[in-house]
Write a protein of this length. Structure first.
Length: 154
């Protein structure tokens, strides 16, 4: 009789412990959004351009004319860049859009290569659906110039 009580108590304990355990649910992995999909399909407007050099820091964006501050860039999925005039044109005869060169994200989306007569490689500091920050470093005979450019989705 004691053995039956022992099995009944053991069976109850096992049943309770099994019902209390719940299988850990795996957290689904968030799919990585490609840099190209974040970059393309929208117009980008420069909101800041700072150059740091051995001689100091210059706010280049502050020197832009008002008619340049509303200009846009579109990175097209086919690897081309379109330059678009904003609402304010510097020259009314300027076309609304013009070819701006070619682009490619390289090194696992950490760098943006732009070819527009020259080839520029920019470090991608931030790239989201609404913001992009690029850093371009140039060495001119040992003097390093760093350009930090901020864009927002227009």
């Amino acid at each position: 009789m004691k053995m039956i009580k022992f099995f009944a108590v053991a069976l109850a304990a096992i049943t309770m412990s099994l019902s209390a355990c719940k299988k850990d649910e795996a957290t689904p992995a968030t799919p990585k959004i490609s840099g190209a999909s974040l970059l393309t399909g929208k117009d980008w407007r420069i909101t800041a351009a700072i150059v740091t050099s051995p001689g100091g820091t210059i706010d280049v964006f502050a020197t832009f004319d008002a008619c340049q501050k509303d200009d846009l860039l579109e990175f097209v999925a086919n690897g081309t860049i379109l330059e678009k005039e904003g609402a304010t044109k510097c020259d009314p005869a300027d076309p609304d859009t013009a070819p701006g060169g070619f682009w490619a994200l390289i090194d696992n989306d950490t760098k943006l290569r732009i070819i527009d007569g020259d080839t520029t490689i920019a470090d991608v500091i931030e790239l989201t659906a609404t913001a992009m920050r690029l850093r371009i470093s140039e060495n001119d005979n040992g003097a390093v110039y760093t350009n930090n450019i901020t864009f927002v989705k227009n």
